[in-house]
Design a protein around this ligand. Structure first.
Ligand SMILES: Cc1cc2nc3c(=O)[nH]c(=O)nc-3n(C[C@H](O)[C@H](O)[C@H](O)COP(=O)(O)OP(=O)(O)OC[C@H]3O[C@@H](n4cnc5c(N)ncnc54)[C@H](O)[C@@H]3O)c2cc1C
Length: 405
């Protein structure tokens, strides 16, 4: 006979018993602040959002009000002016609470491109309103169906016409567009056969979605495994003001790549948070669940996968801190940022598998949140960048092996 899924015997198995992690001692206050907010949004809240394929609006608003999503906006523009290390802890704690950080992380880092490359006028116009929550800028449109990972081959074009740019093309898997006011768009402004290097001739634009949707921009939602609000975008002669160009025409790919180290580190921290969440759940359940008259955790076949995953999450956590410290010191951190995401994505996925297996059938019951987090953390093997491409970066750019593309 199966025990009732809501049996009180298992209720306390679902509580977390958080272990000390490498950065805990330095950021206890920050961690506790984020944890306190996240406690208001429990597993039932996230289950409801997931089942409705909805968006966690109340959660995003609460984070915005508390100032966590403006972590990386400098104080002079109304933000909290935190370091990448601190911002990564915010996202780690969000994931570790059982929430889905993928629904909110864009608001934290997409504006980085504006911060680093936009004119002072653009910064003053957008950043304070993003920091206050008046404007949401949490979408960045790079991926295209034909180009895939080979970004230089993207086909969306922006043609200058007087004081406007006219945009035509298509994007795919562009997240949070239906919950964003502004979109950062990467489009080609000079044809690939007229540039010296294929990475040149691409430009970044700020698209005001409130004006664009229905007037040259069509948004088609993509139903997907992780309840990520993600979409196809169709640009059909969309006109935007020329002043919405960010920085110099033709340098857009460099601007986007500039922001990727921060993105990699922040998402690595989310993976670390997921990893600890899975390990806390698995450990608690392994201690409680009695089969063959003893806790299942007494069997090394149950213990070892959880212990191994824990070791790997800790290793990923350390690489995250190393990468973030280099970033905050203004030092090169491409290798560490990429490795932190690779290790984080692998470790959280390993922990997810161990946790699901430890829970047996109950791992598949939505009420336990494990199957939801399992789907969510799987995403980081593919997006924002596939782990294959990180391996390729390490092989070619760090270890100097021959280029494969
Ligand atoms: C839920 C979700 C949200 C997303 N959100 C955004 C977003 O907001 N903005 C955005 O711009 N994009 C977004 N993406 C897109 C994401 O970044 C891409 O899906 C990802 O970079 C992989 O590109 P692709 O799907 O075109 O795969 P492809 O390029 O078609 O590759 C398919 C597979 O082949 C592998 N591969 C390709 N070439 C090589 C090679 N040379 N060596 C080894 N392996 C290779 C890839 O690693 C991948 O595993 C999102 C994707 C998803 C699923």
């Amino acid at each position: 006979m199966f025990p009732s899924i809501i049996s009180p015997i298992f209720q306390h198995s679902r509580g977390t018993s958080m272990k000390q992690t490498p950065g805990d001692e330095n950021y206890a206050e920050l961690r506790e602040g984020v944890r306190a907010l996240c406690r208001q949004f429990d597993g039932a809240y996230w289950q409801k959002v997931d089942e409705a394929r909805g968006y966690p609006d109340e959660f995003v608003q609460a984070l915005t009000r508390a100032g966590w999503l403006s972590a990386l906006i400098p104080e002079q523009y109304g933000g909290s002016g935190l370091s990448v290390t601190e911002a990564s802890i915010v996202l780690e704690e969000i994931s570790r609470s059982g929430a889905f950080a993928g629904a909110v992380h864009g608001q934290m880092y997409v504006m980085g491109c504006v911060l680093r490359h936009a004119s002072e006028e653009q910064k003053r116009s957008y950043l304070p309103r993003i920091a206050s929550g008046e404007l949401r800028m949490q979408s960045m449109a790079v991926t295209e169906p034909a180009a895939g990972t080979d970004t230089t081959k993207l086909r969306t074009v922006a043609a200058k016409k007087g004081n406007r740019y006219v945009i035509n093309g298509q994007k795919v898997f562009i997240s949070r567009v239906r919950h964003s006011d502004l979109l950062l768009l990467l489009a080609r402004t000079t044809p690939i056969d007229r540039v010296a290097k294929k990475s040149e001739g691409l430009s970044v634009f700020i698209v005001d979605l409130r004006e664009a949707v229905g007037k040259g921009l069509t948004v088609k939602p993509i139903r997907n495994m992780a309840n990520q609000e993600t979409n196809e975008l169709f640009f059909d002669n969309l006109e935007i003001p020329a002043v919405n160009l960010v920085g110099e025409e033709g340098k857009g790919l460099r601007y986007i790549l500039d922001g990727l180290n921060a993105e990699r580190i922040l998402i690595a921290a989310e993976c670390v948070g997921d990893g600890y969440w899975f390990i806390d759940k698995a450990t608690a359940y392994a201690k409680d669940r009695v089969v063959f008259d003893r806790p299942i955790g007494q069997n090394q076949g149950i213990q070892f996968p959880i212990a191994r995953a824990y070791a790997n999450v800790q290793a990923a956590d350390l690489m995250r801190y190393k990468a973030a410290a280099l970033f905050d010191a203004g030092k090169p951190c491409g290798a560490e940022a990429n490795m932190s995401l690779l290790l984080g994505a692998n470790a959280s996925w390993e922990a997810a598998n161990a946790c699901l297996q430890t829970h047996g059938g109950y791992g598949f019951a939505a009420e336990y949140s494990i199957e939801r987090k399992f789907r969510e953390t799987r995403l980081y093997q593919v997006a924002p960048i596939s782990t294959n491409l990180i391996l390729s970066y390490i092989g070619e750019h760090v270890l100097g092996m021959p280029r494969s593309f």
